[in-house]
Ligand binder design. Sequence first.
Ligand code: HEC
Length: 297
Amino acid sequence: MPVIKRAIALFLFLALTACATTPQTNTTSETETPMATVGSEAQEQAEIPETITKTETPTTTSMLANEIVSITGQITANDTNAPIPHAFVQARNNKGMVITVLSNEEGDYQFTDLPAGRYSVSARGFGYARSLTEIVETEPSSPQSIPFKLTPDADIAAQVSGAEWLSLLPDGDETRQFILDCQGCHQLGWPRQAYNGWPTSSQWETSIKKMHGYYGPRSEFPIIGPMDIPRTAAWLAEYLTDEATPPQPLPISAAAQAMRLTEYDFPGVGPHDLVLDANGQVIVTGMFSDDMYVLIL
Ligand code: HEC
């Protein structure tokens, strides 16, 4: 369930609805997970001083000085050479860390303070196809420049977020109940992705029955309330069609342009809860499991 995992990781580390339909790309092939399990050897692992020292002295940069790198570049349109502002640029390293930044008004982006390593970098802008992925071996001494030229793509259906699709449902109790029942676990972009286009009424029905089996009132994990399934399926299919025009994303504010989103790959189904302990360590519990993890930053 990579999308679910990603959705929850986003929720935990920063809520950013614009990323809702980000396609999963195969980038750097091998992921060494940055999580250390706190299982039966939990106590021993938690006592390893190295982890604690690192988090206790985050401002002592001398030991990290050679390990910090940056990647910069400009995003332009390949037909007009015009700079593309507010493009999402994503860098994934071989430790399972994914960092996303936005390009500024001049189309420039920068990743600073990246841990040295092997990165795959890609870019996407609204109205453009996603770029190919570039692989970079970072060099501590000099910032690496990776420019991207994006190809215009007028078909925006795959580019808008689940939140934008959600706005096609009429405001009212039915939509609110749907959000309560269904949108806690995954966003609306996911059913569209799973069916490679909007599900038909009967496909919705099949999926909702499956959801009810997993999480309905009579399941062991009741999250979804009782529901008239055929009616809900028909209602969704009425508003969400491949002919429907999704609204364009809202403009990105100046404050949002400065965001830097960091995500971490997570073993198993995904993370559930997160707590910061007295030592500044991030402890995460697994989803549907009794596992606990320490996030090694
Ligand atoms: C408790 C979490 C949870 C809730 C609540 C939930 N889903 Fe899902 N949904 C999932 C998971 C997990 C999958 C992936 C299922 C799989 O791979 O078997 C999924 C997959 C889907 C899919 C993709 C196709 C499929 O059948 O796998 C659709 C469509 C879907 N859900 C619709 C809904 C609707 C509509 C609701 C509300 C009635 C809902 N979901 C509520 C977790 C949830």
